[in-house]
Design a protein around this ligand. Structure first.
Ligand code: NAP
Length: 462
């Protein structure tokens, strides 16, 4: 029996497990995750009002239920066990740990907590265990979301969507309560480049125009394109940008709706420079107007003399994530771990024996969920090609490692535990007309498991 360790039970980890089992059903696959529940970004990244995008979780559920596939949750590599320990116990280790850090954005004059990373808000509304309930109270009226990617759109949409619609989703209960009491009135979505260079996809952009009770504004002037932008837009590869422009030009003609609950304004060509307080103690964000400069497809934003001032209480920086190496593996990630078709490369450019990478950790934080399937399959091809050269660890090494983990800080969460938690979450959800009510506290999750093990099946997750 050969077992392979996968670090990260998200989309790339499950797609790799699927490809490995398809190639050789006798392989055992051990999926480690630092969270006590599986599915990574499918559960903790995709916005709660995008339930249809979570459909791959059903595929992952089937993969995880196959004989020989094992989930080992609530075990963090680098905290509960070292990567070197894993590598000495398994002939091959596949890293699918994603992008765990945030690109930094600092703005002069910001008060503590006034600039928050997108990940913090997304983790809070998606029920990552143990994020404090009061992490975001949303008692501020003016929120600026910086970034023009799909995560920025998710955040702007969530802040504007009627709470009654969110109440029918699996949004975390702590966020639902804060969203129900939200005093957010104005949301500004800010890109440093122009509408042609925005990274969001049309489907996501279109939804902003469909939000009930939202006065959506786009500045006409921002949609006037210079010659280089027009050349970029006319290129066959710019289909999405063409559709985006068409949508936004339509919105720019809209009359402000009477009685709107929220204003949502899209801005382009602005970079945040500093916060300042006015005489009444109200906070404003000063932004520098940028102009695109350079040849088509090689343009970059250059500062102009113009400044723009916006009332702003809170900034959410949604400017991308960063891949980091795991403790014990000191490699520079740009944008993912250095690799050759999924074989992790050391500083000398040579493959590190039995160590592989897939998903965001391999290619950087880009692509949609399905992109991870092909990415994982490529890595699995490399693994299978190398298989005869894998080192064979002692027979009992894995059993020793798992026994040590079971006697450690906390018993790891097994696949059977997850199936029980899943059932409890779904049951609690169906009582409220929701897909599930997520456990968002480890203590409650552990308590439910302990009661189940002692034969007292909890009625439902609360
Ligand atoms: P992203 O698509 O890379 O967008 C990052 C945005 O941040 C870009 O607009 C970028 O502008 C901007 N940015 C970077 N540094 C900046 C700075 N210092 N100041 C101002 N702006 C800055 O990243 P993401 O939105 O985090 O999404 C990550 C991946 O997940 C993407 O592939 C995305 O499509 C995917 N995703 C998909 C969905 C979906 O399918 N519904 C939902 C969420 C996420 P520049 O372009 O100028 O660099």
């Amino acid at each position: 029996m050969t077992a392979i360790a996968i670090v990260g039970a998200g989309p790339a980890g499950f797609y790799a497990a699927e490809a490995l089992k398809l190639a050789d059903d006798r392989l055992d696959i051990h999926l480690y995750d630092r969270q006590p529940v599986p599915f990574g970004l499918t559960r903790f990244g995709i916005a709660p009002d995008h339930q249809r995008l979570k459909a791959p979780a059903q595929v992952f559920q089937r993969i995880g239920s196959q004989p020989g596939v094992r989930f080992i949750g609530d075990v963090e590599v680098g905290r509960d066990l070292g990567l070197d320990e894993l590598r000495s116990a398994y002939p091959a280790v596949l890293l699918t740990h994603g992008a765990q850090a945030d690109e930094d954005l600092s703005i002069a004059g910001a008060a503590p907590g006034q600039v928050r990373a997108a990940r913090e808000l997304v983790s809070w509304y998606n029920g990552v265990p143990d994020v404090p309930a009061g992490e975001f109270d949303l008692q501020q009226e003016n929120v600026v979301v910086i970034g023009n990617g799909n995560v920025a759109i998710d955040i702007a949409r969530l802040l504007c969507r009627p709470v009654g619609e969110l109440a029918a989703t699996d949004v975390s209960d702590r966020a639902l309560a804060a969203l129900a009491n939200s005093r957010v009135r104005r949301v500004h979505l800010i890109g440093r480049r122009g509408p042609v260079q925005a990274k969001f996809t049309t489907r996501e952009l279109r939804e902003l125009g469909e939000l009930p009770g939202v006065d959506l504004r786009v500045d006409q002037a921002a949609l006037q394109l210079g010659a280089a932008c027009q050349t970029e837009l006319a290129h066959p590869s710019a289909e999405a940008a063409q559709r985006n422009l068409e949508l936004m030009r339509g919105w720019a003609q809209r009359q402000a709706g009477a009685g709107a609950r929220r204003e949502l304004q899209l801005h382009f060509g602005l970079v945040a420079e500093a916060f300042e307080q006015d005489a009444q103690g109200q906070s404003h964000l000063l932004l520098r107007r940028m102009r695109m400069d350079g040849a088509p497809f090689a343009q970059s934003p250059r500062p102009t003399d113009e400044q723009v001032r916006l009332r702003c209480d809170l900034v959410i920086a949604s400017i991308g994530f960063r891949v980091t190496s795991l403790p014990g593996l000191d490699l520079r990630c740009a944008p993912g771990l250095p690799n050759d078709q999924g074989r992790v490369l050391g500083d000398d450019g040579m493959p590190l024996s039995g160590l592989y990478v897939a998903g965001w950790a391999k290619r950087g934080p880009s692509g949609v969920l399905g992109t991870n399937r092909g990415c994982a399959q490529e890595t699995v091809q490399s693994m299978l090609a190398d298989r005869s050269r894998w080192r064979q660890p002692p027979q009992d090494a894995i059993a020793h490692l798992l026994a040590r983990l079971s006697g450690g800080r906390m018993r790891p969460v097994a696949w059977e535990d997850w199936l029980l938690l899943d059932e409890l979450e779904r049951r609690a959800g169906s009582a409220q007309g929701r897909p599930r009510v997520k456990f968002d506290e480890s203590a409650a999750l552990r308590d439910a498991l302990a009661r189940a093990v002692s034969g007292v099946l909890p009625a439902a997750a609360e």
